[in-house]
Structure formats: structure tokens, C-alpha cells
Design a protein around this ligand. Sequence first.
Ligand code: SF4
Length: 430
Amino acid sequence: MEPASDSDLSVPLIRRIERPLQLKLFQTSEEEKIVIETKETIPPYWKEVTEREWNDWRWQLRHRIMTLDQLKEILQLTPEEIEGIRHSKGRLALAVTPYFLSLMDPINPNCPIRRQAIPRIEELHLSKCDMVDPCGEDKDSPVPGLVHRYPDRVLLLITDQCAVYCRYCTRRRLVGSTERSITEGNFEEVLKYLKKNRKIRDVLLSGGDPLLLENERIEEFLSRLRAIPHIELLRIGTRVPVSLPQRITTGLVKMLKKYHPLMMSIHFTHPKEITDAVRRACNDLADGGIPLGSQTVLLKGINDKAPIMKKLVHELLKIRIRPYYIYQCDLAMGTEHFRTSVAAGIQIIEKLRGHTTGYAIPTFVVDAPGGGGKIPLEPNYLVSRAKGKMVLRNYEGKLYEYPEPNIIEFKKVKTGSEEKVAAKKVMAHP
Ligand code: SF4
């Protein structure tokens, strides 16, 4: 690894916090009490690590936990986890940053952070609905690394590396296999394709996680894309501000700012992820003028309850992130245990819409299996429709009638020498 440059280390040092578990209680509208544990305790495994090392993203990346033996020293693993870890090779790599591990409950296997990143035996179960490429990306890939599904925008997969491998990853067929970025040759092919297709105005850089590349390499991608006149918008999809917030350095933000308009979609899952380190990272990105949105996968037993989701979207707004999408969990191989019913997602939106700030409400979508794209789903607020009126339901379940506008036709009328315009027919809206 190259030594860190000064600008890359210029993140405010986050104090090593070794305080007892702090419990925050909050009350939901349904009088249900939810406990969110906020814990940023560095496990004794890293007791020799200096504060400077802990806050250096390269150190974090180099010291990711990737084996059963290492994990056993940090977490009290269950037999289900041990079996899951043993069989993770060849399915989806195991890798967790020390930072993300420090948020896990070492004893409770149902800790929402732990469930996202530690393999379990359930991954070995393949449902008959599971698909290798659930969103049909490969068939919409005109050149390697590029997915072109919608007419005016593309998805560019620039690396297969992530800081932490999420066990529900929809792109598990690709991520973690080489931990390399797109080759020069393939990127040149991508540029050629984009230059030729003048309808493409928006490029989403994703992977893997684009922010794991060095600043210079990310800049090379951004500057070459920015040089294409019809590319109006650049977007980055990332989980790094959550799984490796140390990566959001002054140098990175300074570089990204040069390529506006640039937007960022950050993958959040649970309110427990929003720590002081994450707040600092998102604050720096927002101060860099980067509009931030969140993407959240709906996961059984992790975030599938309305009070948890409500807490998450409120915490996101507090750090200037607009909740953007909640995704129904895709049909990726070995992920059935994470999937909720589709109705669970609609129910969550029902419990948010009207019950909290409109800005806090994401769109719930199902990415149609096989490549149909995102399909938004909403509770049904249109109760009935008849000629001239609609019956609508509000968030409290009360019914309201909305009269449709009449259609009025006019005709010219002659009275003596005077010509006037008068209504000919008034018709109810069909
Ligand atoms: S960060 Fe995204 S791409 Fe990487 S493992 Fe998680 S879900 Fe998959």
C-alpha cells in the first residue's frame, strides 16, 4: 500500500470511544418502544492500534477481517454463523472493516449490523426463485462493465471491491471475486460507447464500491466522463460512508467537487449505522455541495418494521441525506432468509406517508426480476373512480371526494351585429 498523503489523512480524528453501551429509547406513534444501541467500542482485538491508524482508511482496508479464526477472537459466534463462514468461500467473500465490526454486538447474533455482514448457514439454502443475475444486468451490458437499460442513463461498474460484503448483495455474482477495478481497455470501450450514444446524459458509477479506489484513479474516471459533452450528470453509488467513513477525506471531497453536478446515493440499512464517524463523513460530503440520497434494502428481521425505518429516515434527514429508495430484496442466490413480503414494504410506506415529513419518505421499489427495471409501489389511496369524481383515502383512512373538472365547450353566438362566445356544452370528466 502507498503511504497516505497529508490531504488524505486530514479527517478529524474520531475519539476512541470505550464507554459502556449506550441505549437510546424512542417512542413510536404506535406506542411501541424500540431500542437502538449506539456502540462505538473498539474490540480488545485492536487494543494496540493507534488512533491515527484507526482513522486511516487504508489501514482499515488492509486490516479487514476475512477469516473464521479472526472473527472467533472478536465475536461469540453461533454454530449457524460458523457454518455460514466456512461455506462462504466461492459464494460471496467475507470481509468486514474493523470499524464496521466495532459496531457489532459481540454476543447477540441478531444484532442488525452483524446480520448484514456475517455469513450464516441460511445462505446455503437456494430457493427455486433465486437467480444468479436477479436484475438481468448482464443481458443489458453492451460492453463489459457497462449496463444500459434505461434510454438516457447507464450504470458503470468500475470495481468489484467493497469494504464490507453485504450478505444480501444483489451483485454477489460479481463482487469480491478479484477486488480489482475495470481494465484500461474496457474503460476505453465504455468511453467509445458513451460518445457514440448521445442520448445518454447520466452515468452512475458503482460496483463494488467506487470510493475504494485512490483519488487519482477516481478522478481519471470522472474527468474522462465529464469531457463527453452530452453527459450532464455524474452519480456515485457507495456504501463507504457507512462501512468505512474514514475514506471520506478532505482530499477526496476536494477532488469530487470539481466534477459537479455530481450526486451520491449512499447505502444505509439501519439507524444503528449512523455514528459520529458517519455524521462527520456525510457532513463533509454535503458541505462539498454533493446532493446525498439514501438507498436501503428491506431486510427481514433487520429493518422491516416501520418504527425502525422511521428512525432511520429521521436520522438521515438530520445529516442532510434525502431518503431516496427502499428496495424490495432482490432474488439473489442464497438470500431468501433476508426477503420480506412485498406487502411489508408497502405497509412501511403507509406508516410513513402523512405521519412524518414528506422529505423523509423514500420510494419503495421492486427491481423487476430478469431486468424490467424499478417498479414503484405505493399504498392505494385511490378508492374509486366514477364519472366526474374520485374517492380518495387520506393517511388516517378517511374518505374524500374530489370532483373532476367539467369539460366546457364554447361556441360563437350572433346577436344582431354582435358576435359573442358562449358555453355550448358542459360535460362531466369521463
Ligand atoms: S456494498 Fe453494495 S455492492 Fe458491495 S456487497 Fe454491499 S450491496 Fe453488494
